[in-house]
Write a protein that binds this ligand. Structure first.
Ligand code: DAH
Length: 357
């Protein structure tokens, strides 16, 4: 019995893991274990022998069982220690940045402009970026031979061999949306149309794709005075200044008569732009009273209806408002630039909550 005891106590002490320990348990005190078998021998003994051996065997069984339990607990603690060492985490390390995306300044400014005009009763209209040359030119009173077609550095699509129809173009301005909106909705109408436009041009101040926002208001008695008021309200709200001075310069566009380009008073003192003060003027848009031929192209009777239109460069006014010096950076997809100039995703511009941060 002493041999059995010594053997199992030392085997248990040396067991490497819980599986080895379980094997030992079965070997010693399992149904067919050595100690259980020894207990069965008790039946064959004489009464005296049994009286001496029985309690000792029971004590041995208890001793082995508690050695097994103690070892099992020790092995469990060791396994936990091992796991804690492996999964150790330094909670004092700085957290990793969340790398949230940002809203591009062009999108933000488009939202701002839309919010301002929505407040004045303008709905948003849309048109395709690949446009027929009729919508992009003819309907806007720019006939085939007109120099404006050449001036616009138009991107043309290809027609198939032998297809004599005029090619589609990448729209060179948002003005064709005027025609589509008039055809769709008739008069009276008040819409703005923000979107991408394309011209084959590339330098510091030109990219082959850029953004415009078109405005159109047609009713029975709309005049240049309405145009002036709407634009002044817009500029005050957009640049967040109380007073601005706009300068209407006579100009020419085939689709408006009379036509005006609009400049805004500003100062570049100290290298930063201030809107509403100073002695400089900055052109921000083209505008005018919609030409009767354009109304006709939109199926609106020019003897009954009249109105104004304007077209503004979104990229231009975004650069002005947020002090962004190089137009091309807008479209470089440089993450550092986007993080610097981008807007938080929940920073939705509203007239009540403030247009910009
Ligand atoms: N479409 C013109 C351009 O891209 C801008 C423009 C001028 C739009 C006068 C208008 C307008 O609606 O009335 O240069």
């Amino acid at each position: 019995m002493d041999d059995l005891r010594d053997k199992y106590i030392s085997l248990i002490a040396n067991a490497g893991d819980e599986a080895a320990l379980e094997d030992l348990r079965v070997q010693a005190v399992g149904k067919k274990g050595e100690i259980s078998l020894a207990m069965r021998e008790l039946g064959k003994m004489s009464a005296e022998e049994r009286q001496a051996a029985g309690p000792r065997l029971n004590a041995l069984k208890d001793e082995i069982n508690s050695a097994l339990a103690a070892k099992k607990e020790a092995l469990g603690d060791a396994a936990l220690d091992e796991r804690l060492r492996g999964e150790w985490l330094d909670v004092t390390l700085p957290a990793r940045g969340r790398r949230q995306g940002t809203i591009h300044p062009i999108s933000q400014v488009t939202e701002e402009v839309t919010a301002i005009f929505a407040d004045m009763g303008f709905a948003v209209a849309e048109g395709p970026q690949i446009e027929s040359d009729w919508y992009n030119f003819d309907a806007l009173n720019i006939p085939g031979h007109h120099p404006a077609r050449a001036e616009m550095d138009t991107f043309y699509t290809h027609r198939g061999e032998g297809d004599e129809r005029p090619p589609h173009v990448l729209r060179t301005h948002t003005s064709p949306v005027q025609i589509r909106a008039m055809q769709d909705q008739g008069a009276p109408i008040r819409v703005i149309a923000p979107g991408r436009v394309y011209r084959a041009d590339y330098d510091m101040t030109h990219t082959p794709m850029f953004h415009q926002i078109e405005g159109l208001a047609i009713d029975r008695d709309i005049s240049m005075a309405n145009l002036k008021w709407v634009l002044e309200e817009f500029v005050k709200a957009f640049f967040e200044v109380d007073d601005v001075e706009l300068r209407f310069r006579a100009s020419h566009f085939p689709f408006t008569e009379p036509s005006a380009e609009v400049d805004i008073r500003c100062s570049w003192e100290g290298g930063t732009l201030k809107v509403g003060e100073g002695d400089d003027w900055l052109e921000i848009l083209g505008s005018g009273m919609v030409h009767p031929k354009v109304l006709e192209a939109g199926n609106i009777d020019p003897n009954e209806w009249q109105g104004f239109a304007f077209g503004m460069g979104i990229d231009r006014i975004a650069m002005l408002k947020y002090g962004i010096p190089d137009l091309r950076a807008f479209f470089d997809s440089d993450l550092r630039w986007l993080r610097h100039y981008g807007f938080a995703a929940l920073d939705v511009p509203t007239l009540r909550g403030g247009l910009s941060r």
